[in-house]
Design a protein around this ligand. Structure first.
Ligand code: AMP
Length: 420
């Protein structure tokens, strides 16, 4: 027997229905915020991620699914959505005559060779938004507001938005210098990965899962102390506006999201979930350096990605009522061959008139069909019978009140319309 790969999921039944429900909400929210749907490829050239995310990140150094195709090309299954969107933007020269920022969102599968556990998979889903072409704080606020309201609408009312700022390039450089100077004497106390990160990008040391709890890191310099005046003003303005918009946030000066291309705003969303505890549900920030790194003109951008599977899990553990539809409108029943013809015709007719309709595909007896209809929680039964059909009539049974009525076939839709 061939079984599914470690860290992957088959999603079906009630779980699939929940995700469809969540998808509908995500599409509706993005419509309101005026983000357009985008679907970029699941595999891209490896270079995109190695350059775009950075070779020293865990994602790229340890977690990517890299492979060669039959033409010898080096490809990678996307570990996140931002790089693909930026590649699309640059490839199509969308920066050309653009007078408005580009706002897009995606919902799709991502791949990371992570250690599978509850809420951590190798094939997982992310929902994300990107706004390309604006450096204004209005763009940062748009993305944070979308993230905040999405979790709220999904019933996760007490999520925490942890925010911080890295400042502009000058502030980041000052911080980097100070951090390197501080960390160097402690190099031997750091994990082997961090010793390497120290020279390549010390900000990533702050992010390290292993060293994060180390006293050395806990006492390390923090970004806020190295901001120049403009960067600090910008950050203060963002916080003022978040207060005005009633978006609750918590400052976390250790939050750096150690990717090279982030600057200014960075944020992460966490929740305390019953039975599970602390869960990281998403994150984002401003990445003014990325498009340039991918051969495009220097373009400001800001985005956010939600861990989709974890968010659904958090909703489940928080007792969210998904309000899943479990019944059907009509079950069409028949026994003889001639009734079968009418059944096929009527089933199609009812479906095309918006009734969720089922029928028998297994040549069951009438008794078997009644059982199926009950199992499917059919509200109405259309019971075909040759005698009635001669008069162009069908027997319609309300499966809740058990009331039965003979209805003319041509009036069936109208009858059900006023009763379902
Ligand atoms: P990142 O792209 O690393 O900032 O991740 C954004 C969100 O995606 C995280 O907060 C998680 O909720 C989710 N996520 C990241 N990696 C995984 C994974 N391996 N399995 C499930 N969800 C993940």
């Amino acid at each position: 027997m061939i079984i599914k790969q470690k860290g992957t999921m088959d999603i079906y039944g009630a779980e699939a229905k929940k995700r469809k429900y969540v998808n509908d909400i995500l599409h509706t929210i993005c419509d309101k915020f005026n983000y357009g749907y985008i679907d970029t490829p699941i595999f891209e050239s490896s270079e995109l991620f190695h350059r775009g995310i950075g070779d020293t990140t865990d994602i790229v150094s340890k977690e990517t699914y890299d492979f060669k195709d039959r033409g010898g090309r080096s490809l990678t299954l996307r570990p996140e959505g931002t790089a693909g969107v930026c590649r699309w933007y640059v490839e199509n020269k969308l920066y050309g005559n653009q007078t408005e920022p580009i706002k897009v969102y995606y919902i799709g599968k991502m791949y990371r060779y992570d250690r599978p556990q509850l809420g951590r998979y190798r094939e997982f889903n992310q929902f994300g938004v990107e706004m390309l072409g604006s450096n204004d704080i209005m763009a940062d606020l748009d993305v944070i507001s979308l993230a905040y309201n999405t979790y709220n609408i999904l019933g996760l009312k007490d999520v925490t938005i942890n925010i911080n700022t890295l400042g502009d390039q000058e502030s980041r450089d000052n911080y980097r210098t100070a951090l390197t100077k501080y960390l160097k004497p402690y190099a031997k106390n750091l994990c082997p990965d961090c010793r390497e990160r120290l020279s390549k990008n010390p900000l990533r040391v702050i992010d390290c899962k292993i060293d994060g709890e180390n006293e050395v890191i806990k006492n390390a310099p923090i970004t806020i102390d190295y901001l120049n005046k403009e960067s600090l003003t910008r950050y203060e303005k963002i916080k003022e506006n978040l207060d005005l918009m009633d978006i609750k946030y918590k400052e976390n000066f250790r939050l750096v999201r150690g990717l090279d291309y982030y600057d200014h705003t960075v944020f992460e969303i966490t929740a305390e979930v019953p039975e599970i505890g602390h869960l990281a549900l998403g994150g984002g920030g401003r990445y003014n350096g990325l498009i340039n790194l991918l051969d495009g003109p220097s373009t400001p951008a800001v985005g956010f990605a939600m861990g989709y599977d974890r968010t659904v899990m958090a909703m489940e553990y928080s007792g969210f009522n998904f309000d899943l539809k479990e019944d059907i409108d009509v079950y069409v029943m028949y026994v003889s061959e001639s009734e079968k013809e009418t059944a096929a015709f009527l089933t199609q007719e009812l479906r095309m008139n918006d009734f969720i309709t089922e029928t028998d595909y297994l040549d069951k007896s009438l008794k078997g069909e009644f059982k199926s209809a009950d199992r499917l929680k059919a509200k109405f039964l259309v019971i075909l019978n040759d005698e009635d059909l001669k008069n162009n009539e069908v027997n319609v049974k309300d499966n809740i009140t058990k009331e039965e009525k003979l209805i003319n076939i041509n009036e069936l839709v109208e009858y059900l319309d006023s009763n379902v």
